[in-house]
Design a protein around this ligand. Structure first.
Ligand code: PMP
Length: 438
């Protein structure tokens, strides 16, 4: 047929040909055949509003990206041991978006590779292995990254924490102990890291690094409490560890007010890792660090990455930064993010099930609870909303330790009209699910 195989045939072939532990989104899987801005179009020609994908940062099939990619692919693509303008032009542009000490770039091809490279830099610089990670975090797909990802090693198929990995609680203000005052959340949660460091010290161990997403996403779109990273970074550095910011999901202006999520916490990491949105869908990643750490990493062993930083990828990366700046997409993220938070707040006033509304810029979450006092997770409700929105042509996801947080990361070009569309579909779906799950 014009649109290729039917969804059922594809499901059958996936079963036969692909690794069995790769899931498919939704009760009723969708076959997409085309993307256009905020829209994904299925095999029947139906358009879905994409509020979830994160990767299509400036919109699906953005013409500036497609053109830059095609033009460079039609001219030259080769490895980075030859001289080319693009790699230095892109490294220059990328580091311009970062605090002044973060000046040295390693180009890779995915978020996992970016974190993997960060760990190699860390080891070369500190000679240490010990990790402090946030609970329920995910940092990538290689064995060593699974080992620092409680989201994986603490769940089915995982084998628990290795002895060098220390887990700090998710600094989630919504689920903070009731006796804590809101102003002290940052300090209180930082104290849990202080405690871990004390335990390590008493065992004669030293931390190699602390890694966290600047807005813990897999943990449920948790906006870090004011002051948290400042205090944690200070503690970790005092003990000789390095601080790594995983910006794979939240980076590239998604928070709106800043280019990078960590900036909202007033800190400068030692290493920043990037992926997903960096190439608007083109597979790329980057690890950026300080000169001092880059020099430690330069220990005689070459770091060469066959595809990382190739002329095509760098052309794409440049196009993405150009569009974010030219079209003032960070300002858009601030304005539309605020509009959405306000809209979600109105829904919260009408639907008891909405326990918390949170986010920065276009990185948003709605936490659902069966009871606002006990905060019992409304997981079934969240899944029903996700599938209900899908039936109404809106894509979003669920996330968090209880899988009860609706997760939204729409493209940075999301308009007020798109926001109204999302809010009205959520309204309709909440009303429907409230009736049917009651
Ligand atoms: N870090 C975070 C925070 C992520 O969400 C992901 C991917 N979900 C990764 C790292 C790994 O990125 P990739 O899948 O591109 O290897």
């Amino acid at each position: 047929t014009r649109n290729g195989r039917s969804p059922d045939e594809i499901i059958e072939l996936r079963r036969e040909l692909l690794l069995p532990n790769l899931s498919i989104s939704y009760d009723r899987p969708i076959k997409f055949v085309r993307g256009d801005g905020v829209w994904l179009i299925d095999d029947g020609g139906r358009a879905y509003l994409d509020c979830f994908n994160n990767v299509c940062h400036i919109g699906h099939t953005h013409p500036a990206v497609v053109e830059a990619m095609a033009k460079q692919a039609g001219t030259l693509n080769t490895n980075t041991r030859y001289l080319h303008d693009n790699i230095v032009a892109y490294a220059e542009r990328l580091t311009e978006t970062l605090p002044k000490d973060l000046t040295v770039v390693g180009f890779v091809n995915s978020g996992s590779e970016a974190n993997s490279l960060a760990l190699r830099m860390m080891r070369a610089h500190t000679g240490r292995e010990n990790a402090i990670v946030l609970d329920w975090s995910y940092h990538g797909t290689t064995q060593e990254l699974i080992e620092i990802s409680p989201y994986k090693f603490r769940r089915k198929g995982g084998t628990g924490p290795k002895s060098h990995v220390h887990i700090a609680p998710v600094p989630d203000g919504y689920r903070a102990p009731e006796t804590w005052r809101e102003e002290e959340y940052g300090t209180r949660f930082a104290e849990s890291v202080r405690d871990l460091l004390a335990i390590m010290k008493s065992n004669g161990e030293n931390p190699g690094f602390f890694i966290a997403e600047s807005i813990p996403s897999v943990a449920g779109q948790v906006v870090l409490p004011e002051g948290y990273l400042r205090e944690v970074y200070e503690l970790v550095r005092e003990a000789g560890g390095v601080c790594i910011a995983d910006e794979v999901q939240v980076g590239f202006g998604r928070v709106g007010s800043h280019w990078w999520g960590f900036e909202t916490q007033g800190v400068v990491p030692d290493i920043v890792t990037m992926g997903k949105p960096i190439g608007d869908g083109h597979p790329m990643g980057a690890t950026v660090t300080k000169r001092e750490i880059a020099e430690s990493f330069n220990n005689g062993m070459e770091y060469f990455n066959t595809f990382g930083g190739n002329p095509v990828s760098c052309a794409v990366g440049l196009a993405v930064l150009d569009v974010i700046e030219r079209d003032k997409l960070r300002d858009n993220a601030v304005a539309i993010g605020k509009y959405l938070i306000d809209g979600f707040g109105d829904l919260q006033a009408r639907y008891e099930v909405i326990g918390d509304v949170r986010g920065l810029g276009l990185f948003l979450g709605i936490e659902l609870v069966t009871d606002r006092a006990t905060k019992t997770p409304a997981t079934r409700f969240a899944h029903a909303v996700c599938n209900g929105a899908r039936r109404r042509g809106v894509l979003l996801g669920t996330e968090g330790p209880f899988d009860n947080v609706l997760k939204m990361r729409p493209p940075m070009i999301f308009s007020k009209g798109n926001a109204d569309h999302l809010i009205s579909v959520l309204d309709e779906t909440f009303a429907d699910v409230t009736r049917t799950l009651a």
